[in-house]
Ligand binder design. Structure first.
Ligand SMILES: NC(=O)c1ccc[n+]([C@@H]2O[C@H](COP(=O)([O-])OP(=O)(O)OC[C@H]3O[C@@H](n4cnc5c(N)ncnc54)[C@H](O)[C@@H]3O)[C@@H](O)[C@H]2O)c1
Length: 262
């Protein structure tokens, strides 16, 4: 049987958990060799051990903090040595630490902007530098519905995801001559460890009465009637990783079950 990503080499950042982990599994199942990059070595290795059970030798654990250029560059080079190419890069690692607008500190701002926005810029640059000599590739950035709407307890997070959309457009224009497409996608509420932590943080700052309530409140207006699971997002990620999306660039696809209608 042939897969939609047969022979493709793909790196996914933040792939030790949540959506990135689900993408890595789907990409390997569709024939790709996948670099599972995470800041946590334990998570990256555990994900690859899982993947190895069904698809031995098709995933490569990579450890890097996406804020640190030298670590990202070394991880990408390690993947090139192991897999022989870098056709597709998913800049997916991200964090959120909610604070009320008037309480946001410089520390909170820098943490979120550095991981989500600077990490995406570094990924785009270091990924493109390695794709250009090979004749092109695809870069896909994880944005958010918070990249289309401002929420008062998520101000730095929203700014970081608006930045991801801006970087997507700038990079699409800047890298078109090298045959590199750059797109992003915007989930809404996805049930992952990120939301579990967010839920607890929102209780701590008084935005929700008890764990689970904040997610339920955010999910109320979803036209599809429920929050997403990572599997709900996999089809869009597969499309963006495959040749089906070759004519698409500079775009941000909403995959939020109908929360933000543009
Ligand atoms: N869960 C949601 O509702 C939701 C909605 C919209 C967008 N997103 C975005 O989706 C992406 C994935 O989120 P998730 O929900 O799967 O989260 P998650 O917390 O389950 O996974 C994120 C992974 O990124 C890794 N990571 C964090 N900081 C890193 C760094 N500096 N360098 C390298 N790795 C790092 C973590 O170790 C973790 O394995 C993020 O960009 C997030 O902002 C999530």
């Amino acid at each position: 049987m042939t897969g939609r990503l047969d022979g493709r080499t793909v790196v996914v950042t933040g792939a030790g958990s949540g959506m990135g982990r689900a993408f890595a599994g789907a990409f390997v199942a569709e024939g790709a060799v996948v670099g599972v990059l995470d800041r946590s070595e334990d998570l990256a290795r555990a994900a690859c051990d899982d993947l190895d059970r069904e698809h031995p030798g098709r995933s490569v654990p990579l450890v890097a903090d996406v804020r640190r250029r030298e670590e990202v560059a070394a991880a990408f080079d390690r993947f090139l040595d192991a897999a022989g190419g870098l056709d597709v890069l998913f800049n997916n690692a991200g964090v959120n630490r909610p604070m009320h607008l008037l309480d946001v500190t410089e520390e909170n701002w820098h943490l979120i902007m550095d991981v989500n926005a600077l990490g995406t810029l570094i990924g785009i640059q270091e990924g493109a530098r390695r794709m250009i000599p090979r004749g092109g590739g695809k870069i896909v950035n994880t944005s958010s519905m918070a990249g289309r709407q401002g929420f008062p307890s998520f101000a730095p997070y929203c700014a970081s995801k608006f930045a991801v959309n801006a970087l997507t457009q700038a990079a699409a224009r800047g890298l078109a001559e090298h045959d590199i497409t750059v797109n992003s996608f915007s989930p809404g509420v996805v049930d992952t460890p990120l939301w579990t932590a967010l839920d607890a943080d929102l209780v701590a700052i008084g935005d929700a009465d008890e764990p689970g309530r904040a997610m339920a409140a955010f999910a109320e207006g979803i036209l599809r009637g429920r929050p997403a699971t990572p599997d709900d997002i996999v089809g869009t990620a597969l499309y963006l990783a495959s040749s089906d999306s070759d004519y698409l660039t500079g775009q941000t696809i909403m995959i939020d079950g109908g929360m933000v209608l543009l």
